[in-house]
Design a protein around this ligand. Structure first.
Ligand code: APR
Ligand code: PHB
Length: 389
């Protein structure tokens, strides 16, 4: 088998790249180790930056998002018993779209299947060969049979635990990592969201977030110990803790109900450099991870896809390799800004076990500065709606 681009990973990064390349007539094959239903069963954040909306429109998959997505012009920050508003629209001229990542992935799968896109599911033992030559190829097994695909380029969109990053020699890779001393316990409940906008809460008991998927599907998170397990938390215990972390005027109107999903996610900041090695390009979680606080995971994967898609388009349509040659440099420049914002926003809102009284006063001062200073709010808003590509 031969194609122009092999894409390893059928998550949002791989599917968005595949659909964009298809629209430009660039042949590609997606290799996914799980089933479509398994991939769609993952619960992930759902705040989309304007850049991702533009890419979805260019890929021809924005119609359902336009109908069902919720445009948010701002967000609320809660601390010391009250809330204040960050007005994205007034400060930046832009909004964000609340639309579950699962729905983005579903729309992309539907589009790939409608276009008869080649997606190989349940593949095993994927290996990238000769990525540092002009003739790379990829092998994989399925049902005990080995398959080979010769290609021009390989896009490693296989997430943090994939094979692509590991293909780049340790002598070439530089990795940067920060782990956080807490996790996020999240639930989904078929209840009306407590507010029209998201509420990020800093409380003495720890971080909390009030989010949503639609008018009758709410998503809530509370900071929890790394040692916690979902089964340690009954619904009643979760709701009680969440309500204690929110201002009274929010708690009083919060509608509780049975959880239909409950999970704990650890928090990590991670970047690997470079994001290119020969004919292999890393994209999305394969190259970087952010704590979910700033909802930058999917959105930073999208900016990688933007740079890689346009670099490949430039090469195939114009014979110009400038875009692919500068892919790693351009993608990383934006990745590090997303890492910084996610780290800053996490440090603003969480309780850290090693915080001393001075640290806590610094956190309070940072929140007060954000509450009272337009320039601080504008900086936060510009990062949240998405820095330009
Ligand atoms: N071979 C084939 N597929 C693989 C392999 C492999 N060796 N390893 C992983 N995969 C698949 C996974 O099953 C998954 O479907 O690659 C896909 C990677 O998808 P994600 O982990 O979702 O990463 P990405 O597409 O970059 O999306 C980034 O999704 O998971 C969130 O937090 C993440 O918001 C971020 C966004
Ligand atoms: C979510 O809805 O899951 C969500 C929203 C915003 C975040 C993180 C998660 O910052």
């Amino acid at each position: 088998m031969r194609t122009q681009v092999v894409i390893i990973g059928g998550g949002p990064s791989g599917l968005l790249l595949s659909q964009l390349l298809h629209v430009r007539g660039i042949a590609n094959v997606v290799l996914e180790r799980k089933t479509r239903d398994y991939v769609l069963g993952r619960i992930r954040a759902g705040v989309l930056e304007r850049g991702l909306l533009d890419l979805m429109r260019e890929a021809g998959v924005a119609e359902r998002m336009r109908r069902e997505g919720l445009a948010h012009d701002g967000t609320l920050i809660a601390h010391e018993g009250g809330t204040f508003h960050i007005d994205f629209k007034a400060l930046t001229g832009h909004s964000v779209m609340v639309y579950g990542q699962t729905e983005v992935t579903r729309d992309l799968y539907d589009a790939r299947e409608k276009a008869n896109g080649q997606i190989e599911f349940e593949v095993e033992h994927v290996e990238i060969h000769d990525a540092d030559t002009d003739a790379p190829h990829v092998t994989f097994h399925r049902s005990g049979t080995e398959h080979r695909i010769d290609c021009d380029y390989v896009a490693g969109c296989d997430g943090f635990h994939g094979v692509s990053r590991q293909t780049i020699p340790l002598s070439v890779r530089r990795e940067y990592e920060k782990t956080y001393p807490f996790g996020w316990l999240g639930i989904l409940s078929e209840t009306p969201p407590v507010d029209d906008e998201l509420i990020y809460a800093n409380s003495q008991r720890g971080f909390a977030l009030c989010s949503m998927r639609n008018a009758n599907l709410s998503r809530y998170y509370i900071q929890c110990a790394l040692s916690d397990k979902p089964e340690d938390w009954t619904d009643a215990a979760f709701w009680q803790e969440l309500l204690r972390r929110l201002p009274d005027e929010v708690s009083e109107r919060l509608v509780t109900g049975p959880s239909i999903e409950k999970s704990i996610a650890p928090l990590r900041s991670f970047v690997t450099e470079p994001m290119r090695w020969g004919r292999l390009f890393l994209c999305g979680d394969a190259a970087h991870i952010v704590p979910p606080t700033g909802a930058k995971g999917l959105n930073t994967a999208a900016s990688d896809v933007h740079y890689l898609y346009n670099g490949l388009r430039q090469f195939y349509e114009e014979g110009d390799s400038e875009g692919i040659d500068r892919y790693s440099e351009r993608a990383l420049a934006r990745v590090w800004k997303a890492e910084r914002f996610s780290w800053w926003f996490s440090s603003l809102l969480h309780r850290y076990p090693d915080q001393n009284p001075f640290d806590l006063r610094m956190q309070r001062a940072e929140l007060e500065f954000l509450r009272t200073n337009r320039a601080a709010q504008q900086a936060m808003a510009e990062n949240y709606v998405g820095l330009p590509y």
